[in-house]
Design a protein around this ligand. Structure first.
Ligand SMILES: [Zn+2]
Length: 204
């Protein structure tokens, strides 16, 4: 096993340890039905039970924990990360802002990861949108297929405003199934050329 993967594993464990106590606190309430889901369409789940029992001390503690969180932490927390996103929008935006400050926007991999993960939590935040603009420029310049895919996902239908990016994406999508799928899913209504590729073999 490489040193890098050992470090990743211990970091992951660290994340879990750091916020395990918080997750226990968030999970402490259940309805009488005993449902263990965080979100449940029948009873509302633990998230609804927690909201019913919320008090200012617990809220303060959650916010304190969130001052130390990263995007990775939110992802690791799974449904509870989703809960924080819904209930503590401002704090989640701050996490994204902090993380954006640490991203080297000339580094394709860093920018790609940030845009991919940040999209789930705070795509509307100014910090995210600023990095997305950087991502579009870099994707056009370097034509990196993974970054192109990520910025297309993040832009959604707004991608039609970036004609030069779309041209690069359309060209690359002839030999890249993922890219083709993203274009088709997001833009088949707005960009007729995307529909033209459907059913054509990928290995031309
Ligand atoms: Zn339930």
């Amino acid at each position: 096993m490489s040193i890098a993967s050992v470090m990743t594993q211990s970091n992951k464990k660290g994340v879990f340890m750091n916020f395990q106590r918080l997750i226990s606190q968030l999970s402490q309430f259940r309805f009488r039905c005993g449902c263990a889901e965080v979100y449940c369409s029948t009873c509302g789940g633990r998230a609804a039970a927690l909201n019913q029992n919320m008090n200012s001390d617990l809220e303060h503690e959650i916010k304190q924990h969130m001052e130390k969180m990263t995007l990775d932490d939110l992802i690791e927390m799974k449904d509870w990360g989703e809960y924080l996103k819904r209930e503590y929008k401002q704090e989640v935006h701050k996490i994204v802002e902090r993380e954006a400050e640490g991203v080297d926007s000339t580094d394709i991999t860093q920018l790609d990861m940030f845009l991919l993960h940040g999209r789930r939590f705070a795509r509307s935040s100014p910090a995210y949108q600023k990095m997305l603009t950087e991502g579009v420029s870099l994707a056009k310049k370097n034509k990196d297929e993974s970054l192109i895919e990520t910025v297309l996902l993040a832009l959604g239908e707004r991608a039609v405003e970036y004609q030069d990016l779309l041209e690069v994406a359309l060209e690359k999508s002839r030999n890249n199934k993922n890219l083709h799928r993203v274009l088709y899913n997001k833009l088949r209504e707005a960009v007729p050329e995307v529909r033209g590729y459907v059913g054509k073999p990928n290995n031309r």
